[in-house]
Design a protein around this ligand. Structure first.
Ligand SMILES: C[S@@+](CC[C@H](N)C(=O)[O-])C[C@H]1O[C@@H](n2cnc3c(N)ncnc32)[C@H](O)[C@@H]1O
Length: 342
């Protein structure tokens, strides 16, 4: 996670905050006009509001963040300080020495920290996030790409780096993280994505454009359902590769999730039904219809799922889909599976 923030945190926006109505400032803007008042043509000059040392501004916030249940408090503080100062994370000293906020920055800093104490994810406060070698815009209701998904994408990239041309489909692309990082790494890939959320569809298209990848990426706002796997215009298409990080959290597990997830993530991006495989099962059927023979389906799932998927392949898809193997994430959890179309 640290690695993700060692890159630029410039051009960051507070759009996410304003949409959540957290943007109520408790301080004046601190512009020169706010330090002057004009009454009956008589101009009174008040002393300019002073700059505040960042070391002073951060006092007390580690405790407040801890009390709110936020982990990695130092990291959170440094991210927010870098964001407010529009500086790269790795150019900000850990002890914040020599840094100052003007009054406007101080108000912004406090507002962002209040949002973080309300468990708003850092990614939404900052408005963008690094994923692999690309930077993606984030949006309040769109799934935040996770570090384990970077591992998943790396694994897929290794398997396709020497393949001449790859026609890929992604089911549920969210912000576009997986497809766009694949396109960025492999110029021979062309990607089509479907996504049930309108906000995510718009964001993925916007991210593709910001990254200059829009010529090789198309995204359709479509909800995959039984017998309606792809939108009308894609129904005759076949792909070499299908990737998906479908919703896989068991409904009963929602009670154990952090507030950042339960309150701020779109539940349609997470809810995998009673066994976590409700959407994955639709992806298996989609793969039967839309993969070329020998084509591969790669899935990121929960750590209980790979053995279950292997059994499902034997029982239900024999002669159509073969379970090739499963792979572990950095926490030694069996999370990723590869399946082949017969
Ligand atoms: C866990 S998120 C993954 C997003 C992105 N691939 C990533 O890794 O950051 C799952 C995504 O699938 C989408 N989704 C869920 N059910 C879907 C369905 N039936 N058809 C299409 N998209 C779906 C959700 O809206 C969400 O964006």
């Amino acid at each position: 996670m640290f690695k993700n923030l060692t890159r630029s945190v410039r051009h960051l926006t507070s759009r996410a905050l304003t949409q959540y109505n957290y943007a109520t400032s408790t301080r004046s803007s601190g512009t020169s006009s706010s330090n002057r008042s004009s009454t009956s043509g008589c101009v009174t000059n008040y002393p300019a509001k002073p700059f505040v040392a960042v070391t002073k501004a951060v006092e007390g916030w580690v405790q407040k963040l801890e009390d709110a249940g936020v982990h990695d408090t130092e990291f959170n503080l440094k991210c927010i300080v870098s964001h407010v100062l529009k500086r790269k994370f790795n150019t900000v000293p850990d002890n914040f020495s020599q840094l100052q906020f003007d009054p406007k920055q101080l108000a912004e800093f406090e507002r962002f920290l209040e949002a973080r104490c309300a468990r708003m994810p850092l990614q939404h406060i900052i408005g963008e996030w690094d994923f692999m070698d690309i930077t993606l815009k984030t949006a309040p209701s769109v799934f935040i790409p996770r570090p384990e998904t970077e591992e998943f994408v790396r694994l897929v990239i290794v398997n396709y780096k020497d393949v001449k041309h790859v026609n890929m489909l992604e089911v549920g692309c969210g912000s576009g993280a997986m497809s766009l990082s694949m396109l960025h790494a492999l110029p021979q890939v062309e990607a089509t994505a479907i996504e049930r959320s309108q906000a995510a569809t718009v964001l993925a298209a916007e991210n593709a454009k910001l990254l200059g990848l829009q010529k090789r990426f198309q995204v359709h706002n479509h909800t995959m359902e039984e017998d309606q796997y792809l939108p009308e215009q894609l129904q005759d298409k076949k792909y070499d590769l299908i990737i998906s990080n479908p919703p896989y959290v068991k409904t009963e597990e929602f009670q154990f999730l952090h507030p950042e997830v339960v309150v701020y993530e779109n539940l349609n991006a997470l809810d995998g039904g009673s066994d976590g495989l409700r959407v994955a099962r639709l992806v298996f059927d989609l793969a039967c219809r839309h993969l070329h023979s020998g084509g591969k389906l790669w899935l990121e799932l929960g750590n209980e799922h790979p053995p279950l998927v292997k059994t499902i392949m034997h029982l239900k898809y024999e002669g159509r889909l073969n379970f090739v193997g499963s792979y572990y994430d950095q926490y030694k959890r069996e999370r990723f599976v590869q399946i082949e179309k017969v």
